[in-house]
Design a protein around this ligand. Structure first.
Ligand code: XMP
Length: 528
């Protein structure tokens, strides 16, 4: 299922044309932080699509190429006749210069990477209130040698004469640095100037406007029909449950499949919370026996994931048939799921990156594509931080809004080798201790994930007068921005000591606690 941007009710005020920069998504987030709605489209987006969307401004992203390289990505040169403001960032600026009659060349010997003070020559328009000498983040091998006709310089750095350029009449602007990254001290001032002063956008992308529109759209889409949602307890599906409950009340059924691999107390918490406290219809499916028996004797991690995934789909199909019929299936797909898993797969008609899978590669618990449901995906244009705001605004408690990510196959992938009930009980207890102590120390929100892993090897220990021969527990705590890379968290020794003492004393079957001090890469966050 693929939604076209052209079908969306809400049109982007700013379109970011992506030339392959790792920061394109970040530019979109920064624009949205100014309460202005933005979307990322491919550089190859046909100009007709842009006309139909009629954004108030375009931002051309950076990119790894040089404008003179063979096969360098170029946009339709008609965009310069659309009559809308354009901001080119690094490669985007070079392309602007190149296509409009100026010159770009390799900045031999003088390439500027990293932080550089920006000296403002013209403190108006794009650079209004941008402090002279503030640090911006440079990253480029090329630079502008001669400006296109009617362009002038607005700022320079020590090594880059044309660091900010403009044709103010046509409202074309170019910057030779990345205003979107945090290292650019005044980057947000510049982005605000572009979206508000130059493009004339309104601050109308807020949590309240999103919720109002989403409620309306869901009601229009669904009418009086029934909707099914697979609730996991993560922030995405929980926010979705709240949003849909508000939109369509009892037409929503949440199915919560307990495969037996949840954290301690989680199934009880979820059913109490959604069903009893908020009167959201939750069907609790106890499928513990089914899952554990399927995993008997299975030690290979990939095989485990596959079995769990397949079984999940089976249970889901059986139970939805029993509880149904349902017309719609609600999914907590987010914008990064769509654009990241899409990669370079672009719809030639609209320039949108098209998701190849419904959810990102990791998501066991993802459902097959050939289900007989129509999809409801009201969060599909939101970034994670926006989902959190929406969830909070709908009344989700911080406990859910800010909880650590938890993998779909749950504790089953945190037990190495064969999964048994005995190991699950042991890991559940150890995991609770890790999380409790991290919470008590006030560190929960500084950490990306904190959990325990059970290794199926025994080592010798001594307890009282008795020799023990039992499993070790690994404590894994990482800090990360997005889970793609991570560093191990440098927890205070006192906390580690508490965790270790409590685990060996309180958890049966464990006589040793070890700490994982591997970053990602080369390690992964989970052990599997
Ligand atoms: P790794 O272990 O690959 O994990 O470094 C990166 C992030 O993804 C989470 N993860 C999953 N999330 N379903 C999910 O929804 C899964 O099957 C899954 N496996 C790993 C992991 O917890 C970490 O945050």
């Amino acid at each position: 299922m693929h939604y076209s941007v052209l079908e969306d009710q809400r049109k982007p005020a700013i379109v970011i044309l992506d030339f392959g920069s790792q920061y394109s998504e970040l530019i979109a987030r920064r624009v949205r932080e100014t309460d202005v709605y933005s979307l990322v489209l491919s550089y190859s987006t046909p100009v007709d699509v842009l006309r139909k969307l009629s954004p108030k401004g375009l931002i051309l992203s950076g990119g790894p190429s040089s404008v003179y390289a063979d096969g360098a990505p170029v946009c339709d040169s008609e965009i310069w006749s659309l009559g809308i403001p354009v901001l080119g960032v690094c490669y985007g600026m070079h392309l602007m210069v190149h296509q409009l009659g100026g010159n770009v060349e390799a900045a031999t010997g003088k390439a500027e990477y990293g932080k550089a003070p920006l000296f403002v020559d013209d403190p108006t328009a794009l650079l209004t209130n941008v402090v002279d000498g503030s640090i911006m983040w440079m990253s480029h091998g090329d630079s502008v040698r001669s400006l296109p006709p009617s362009f002038s310089r607005l700022a320079h750095t020590q090594n880059t004469p044309e660091a900010v350029i403009a044709d103010p009449n046509r409202k074309f602007y170019g910057v030779q640095f990345h205003p979107e990254v945090v290292h650019s001290q005044q980057g947000m001032v510049l982005i605000r100037n572009f979206v508000y002063h130059i493009c004339g956008c309104e601050p109308d992308w807020t949590t309240t406007t999103f919720i109002d529109e989403a409620l309306r759209n869901v009601r229009n889409q669904v009418g009086k029909k029934r909707v099914l949602l697979a609730l996991s307890g993560g922030v995405d599906s929980s926010t979705l449950a709240f949003l849909l409950h508000k939109a369509i009340g009892s037409q929503l059924t949440c199915m919560f499949i307990d495969q037996g691999f949840m954290r301690k107390g989680e199934p009880e918490f979820l059913t109490d919370f959604f069903d009893k406290k908020f009167d959201i219809n939750v069907e609790y499916i106890n499928a513990r026996e089914r899952f554990i028996s399927k995993l008997q004797g299975i030690t290979d991690p990939e095989e485990k994931r596959k079995i769990i995934g397949t079984e999940f789909i089976r249970v889901f199909e059986e139970e939805s048939a029993r509880l149904g019929p349902f017309d719609y299936l609600a999914q907590g797909t987010l914008y990064p799921d769509v654009i990241e898993s899409a990669g370079t797969n672009v719809d030639p008609k609209t320039g949108e990156r098209v998701a190849v899978k419904i959810k990102s590669h990791h998501n066991v618990g993802g459902l097959p594509k050939d289900l007989q449901f129509k999809l409801v995906e009201p969060l599909r244009r939101l970034f994670k931080d926006e989902v959190r705001k929406v969830g909070r605004s709908l009344g989700l408690p911080e406990e859910i809004v800010r909880r650590h990510p938890f993998p779909g196959p749950g504790l089953a992938i945190r037990i190495l080798g064969e999964v048994t009930n005995q190991k699950l009980n042991c890991l559940r207890d150890a995991d609770l201790i890790v999380r409790e102590e991290i919470h008590n120390a006030g560190l929960y929100h500084d950490i990306w994930q904190a959990f325990a892993v059970l290794l199926p090897v025994c080592s010798v220990g001594v307890m009282g007068d008795k020799r023990t021969y039992a499993w070790p527990i690994v404590v894994r705590c990482v800090s990360s921005e997005d889970g793609m890379t991570a560093d191990w968290s440098h927890l205070p020794y006192e906390i580690l000591e508490l965790i270790s003492n409590r685990i060996v004393n309180e958890v049966e079957g464990v006589n040793r606690v070890v700490l994982d001090i591997t970053s990602k890469p080369p390690g992964t966050i989970e052990w599997e």
